[in-house]
Design a protein around this ligand. Structure first.
Ligand code: ADP
Length: 390
C-alpha cells in the first residue's frame, strides 16, 4: 500500500480545491482533485481512493448526497469521507455523520487540522482493513481446522469400525471356550479366558462409544424420528438391563405420573440408547436397592428420570460427569469398570439428536437421579451421510 495514500478532493470552488490539494501534495499525499461531484462519483467508483475530502455545498449534488451514494456502493462503502465545510451548525454535522461521513474539517481550513484529521482517518482505515483481513484469515483457518477435525473423527470412526470385526471373533471364541464346547477347562484356564472375555467386552463397548461419538462429531449422523409409545421403549430398556440387575440382586421398576403413556415422534434408537446408558450406570454403581424409571408428561415434552439407590456422586464431581473419559475415583467405580464415555455420549445424543437436556441430582452415599427432558416431537434432519458406518 502507498505509505501516504491517495486522496480524492472534491470542491467546486477552485481556490479551496487548490489550497487543499497543494497542502496535501506538499505532505507527500497523492491527490486527485475534482470540481464536479458527478465526475468525482465516477472517479471514486472506477478507482476507489483511500480517503475522500468532500465539500458540502456544491451545485447539482451536494456533499451529503454524494457521500450517501458512495456508501451504497460496495467498492467505496469503506472509504472514509471527511466533510470540508464552513457550516458550523450541529444539525449539519449530524446530517454529515448520518450520510456516512467520519469527520469534519472547518473552512477556512487550518493546515495542522487538515493534516491531523487526514492522517488519523487514514490510520484508522488501514487498521480496520488489516483487522478485517486478519479476521478473514482467522475464519478461513478456523474452517480448515473444523474440516480437519471432521476428517479426524471420520478416520477414528473408520478405524474403530475395522477393529470391531477381529474383536467380535475374540469375544465369540472365548465364549465358545468358556462354555466348554471344545473341551473341559481347568481353573487357571477358565480364569484366563474370563479375563480375555471381560477385556474383550470392555474394548467392544469402548469402540462402540468411540464410533458413535466420532460419527456425531464428523457430522455423519442424522436424526431419524419415528412415532412410538414411550411405554414400550422404557420396557425395552428395562429388559436390556434386567439380567445385570438381577445378577446383583437389584430391582428395576418404572413409575409413570401421567394417566396414559405418552406417544412420541422422535429418534427412538437414540432415546433408547440414552436410557440404556443411564440404567446401565444406575445398576453398575448400586449395590443395594435398585433403579426406578420415573416418567412424567409436561405437555410439549417428557421427563424421563433414572433414579438409583447407589453410591451417589460427590458435589465436587458433578461438573466432571459429562466430560469424555471422565471416571470418578472410588473402589466400586474401579470394580464396576466402564469407559468414561457413556455420559458424554448420552449428553451429545440428548442435545444434538433429541433437542433435549440432561440434568443430574445426586447425594453422595445415597443415590443419583439422572433426568432426560426431551420434546415429544422433533423433525428429521437431511441425510448428510454417505457410506454410513454401521
Ligand atoms: P462409565 O463408562 O465409566 O460408566 P460414564 O460416562 O457413563 O462412564 O460415567 C462417568 C462416571 O460417572 C462413572 O465412571 C461414574 O464414576 C460416574 N457415574 C455415572 N453414573 C453414575 C451413577 N448412577 N451413580 C454413581 N456414579 C455414576
Amino acid at each position: 500500500m502507498d505509505p501516504k495514500g491517495e486522496i480524492l478532493v472534491v470542491d467546486d470552488t477552485p481556490e479551496s480545491l487548490r489550497l487543499l490539494a497543494d497542502l496535501l501534495l506538499t505532505e507527500g499525499y497523492r491527490v486527485r482533485p475534482t470540481m464536479d461531484p458527478k465526475l468525482a462519483l465516477e472517479s471514486a467508483l472506477a478507482n476507489p481512493p483511500e480517503l475522500i475530502l468532500l465539500d458540502v455545498k456544491m451545485p447539482g449534488m451536494d456533499g451529503f448526497e454524494l457521500c450517501q451514494r458512495l456508501k451504497q456502493e460496495t467498492c467505496t462503502e469503506q472509504v472514509p469521507i471527511i466533510f470540508v465545510s464552513a457550516l458550523q451548525e450541529l444539525r449539519e454535522r449530524v446530517r454529515g455523520f448520518e450520510a456516512g461521513g467520519v469527520d469534519f474539517i472547518t473552512k477556512p481550513i487550518q493546515r495542522e487540522e487538515v493534516l491531523a484529521r487526514v492522517s488519523a482517518q487514514l490510520e484508522l482505515s488501514r487498521m480496520r482493513q488489516s483487522l478485517e483481513k486478519r479476521s478473514q484469515e482467522l475464519a478461513a483457518a478456523n474452517q480448515k481446522l473444523q474440516d480437519l477435525d471432521k476428517l479426524k473423527s471420520l478416520f477414528i470412526a473408520s478405524v474403530s469400525h475395522e477393529l470391531r470385526t477381529p474383536l467380535n471373533a475374540i469375544i465369540s471364541f472365548s465364549g465358545i471356550l468358556l462354555r466348554e464346547i471344545l473341551g473341559g477347562l481347568n481353573e487357571r484356564q477358565r480364569d484366563s479366558l474370563e479375563r480375555i472375555d471381560r477385556a474383550g467386552r470392555h474394548l467392544f463397548s469402548l469402540i462402540t462409544d468411540v464410533i458413535d461419538i466420532s460419527k456425531i462429531e464428523a457430522g455423519r449422523s442424522d436424526v431419524y424420528p419415528e412415532t412410538f409409545g414411550l411405554q414400550e421403549l422404557v420396557e425395552e430398556a428395562l429388559n436390556t438391563i434386567r439380567p445385570q440387575a438381577e445378577a446383583k440382586g437389584l430391582t428395576v421398576t418404572v413409575s409413570v405420573s401421567a394417566v396414559t403413556w405418552p406417544v412420541l415422534h422422535t429418534d427412538r434408537r437414540r432415546l433408547l440408547q440414552c436410557l440404556v446408558n443411564l440404567l446401565g450406570n444406575a445398576v453398575k454403581f448400586t449395590e443395594e436397592g435398585g433403579a426406578t424409571v420415573l416418567v412424567s408428561d409436561t405437555g410439549e415434552a417428557v421427563e424421563i428420570a433414572v433414579r438409583d439407590t447407589g453410591i451417589g456422586i460427590a458435589e465436587g464431581d458433578l461438573s466432571k460427569l459429562f466430560k469424555a473419559f471422565e471416571r470418578l475415583d472410588s473402589h466400586l467405580r474401579v470394580k464396576a469398570g466402564g469407559t468414561g464415555l457413556g455420559l458424554y455420549l448420552t449428553r451429545k445424543l440428548v442435545t444434538d439428536f433429541l433437542n433435549g437436556e440432561i440434568s443430574v441430582d445426586s447425594q453422595h452415599g445415597e443415590g443419583s437421579t439422572f433426568c432426560l427432558t426431551v420434546p415429544k416431537v422433533i423433525v428429521s434432519t437431511e441425510t448428510l451421510s454417505e457410506g454410513e458406518l454401521s
